[in-house]
Design a protein around this ligand. Structure first.
Ligand code: NDP
Length: 297
């Protein structure tokens, strides 16, 4: 068997177009554009790339992008003051503080300062709690993107066995919550899990969010299973001095067994920014008191 390739890039492009249409409708109804503020502290090269790309995508979707670049030695108090100012700014619907922050700043304190109704990353404990108890809130972008890909591929997920490898607050835990809400039978594996290969072999759905290049092998996969590879790992490339991106799943061997699989790159990666735009749009509708159908985007 050769797995179907789940094209996250194409799905993300469609989602972004839909967000753009709804952003235009929002502007017509609210008399202003939806707005997303992104705060970057310091000069981490990867973070700079992400922030630039988020800003560009926000503008392309017809929303305002407010970029705030602060020096690496910005004090925690000054960053908190900026978050409070963005909380109070009616032109700002969503606030994203790019992580990681410099070590002298307490990340949890900064996340806690964001108004949960503008927390488009879904990292605030209020939003984690809302997800856990099934109330509307904001769900972290990467796992929500994974769920969208799964539902697009499989339709109703109820009753399926899902194994999530990884228990981070950003990916693994919210992914597990989303799958529970879809009535999957969910197992969360992590670095202390025994016989991981055996655990994974029971799964109809495997979500790998580990950060270990090509750890999940094809002979761990149940034939026909759907495999979502969240991992983004840079490894040495074929040519000297070159690198290439691989996931947490050994793609070639897994694709020979799985029913469907996301590639790296071009699978989960493009979904993250598309879902961020979606979350910002939803925030705008909610903050403006306008209705947006639950299945609109
Ligand atoms: P974390 O490092 O926060 O979490 C990794 C998880 O994997 C932990 O729960 C850890 O277990 C578990 N783990 C580590 N080693 C093993 C092992 N040998 N067997 C089983 N479990 C193990 O990572 P993130 O959740 O932030 O990210 C995971 C991956 O996803 C990374 O490659 C990251 O680059 C990528 N990523 C991709 C995104 C995208 O847009 N596509 C967005 C976010 C992340 P324990 O808790 O016991 O330590």
């Amino acid at each position: 068997m050769t797995a179907a390739v789940i094209d996250g890039k194409a799905f993300a492009a469609t989602l972004r177009t839909r967000v753009g249409e709804l952003a235009a409708e929002f502007e017509a109804k609210a008399g202003r554009k939806a707005g997303l503020a992104v705060v970057l502290v310091g000069e981490d090269p990867a973070s700079q790339v992400y922030v630039r790309s988020k800003g560009k995508s926000t503008l392309e979707a017809g929303m305002n992008s407010f970029e705030h670049k602060l020096p690496a030695d910005t004090s925690e108090a000054d960053l908190l003051a900026m978050v409070y100012a963005l909380n109070a700014d009616p032109a700002v619907d969503g606030i994203l503080v790019q992580l990681p922050l410099p070590r002298h700043i307490d990340e949890q304190k900064v996340i806690a300062a964001i108004n949960p109704d503008k927390d488009v990353d879904g990292f605030h404990v209020t939003n984690a709690g809302r997800l856990a108890v099934g109330q509307p809130g904001f769900v972290p972008c990467t796992p929500l993107g994974c769920l969208m890909l799964l539902q697009d591929r499989l339709g109703d997920l109820s009753g399926l066995n899902a194994v999530v490898i990884g228990r981070s607050n950003i990916v693994g835990k919210p992914m597990a919550q989303l799958l529970i809400a879809q009535s999957c039978t969910v197992t969360v594996a992590h670095s202390r899990t025994q016989d991981l290969a055996d655990v994974v072999r029971r799964a109809d759905i495997v979500v790998a969010a580990v950060g270990r290049p090509e750890m999940v092998k094809g002979d761990w996969i149940k034939p026909g299973a759907t495999v979502i590879d969240v991992g983004i790992n840079r490894v040495p490339g074929a040519a000297e001095g070159k690198t290439r991106l691989v996931g947490d799943v050994d793609y070639a061997s897994a694709a020979a067994v799985a029913g469907a699989i996301t590639p790296v790159p071009g699978g989960v990666g493009p979904m993250t920014i598309a879902v961020l735009l979606r979350n910002a749009l939803v925030a705008a509708y909610r903050n403006a008191g306008l209705d947006l159908a639950a299945d609109a985007v």
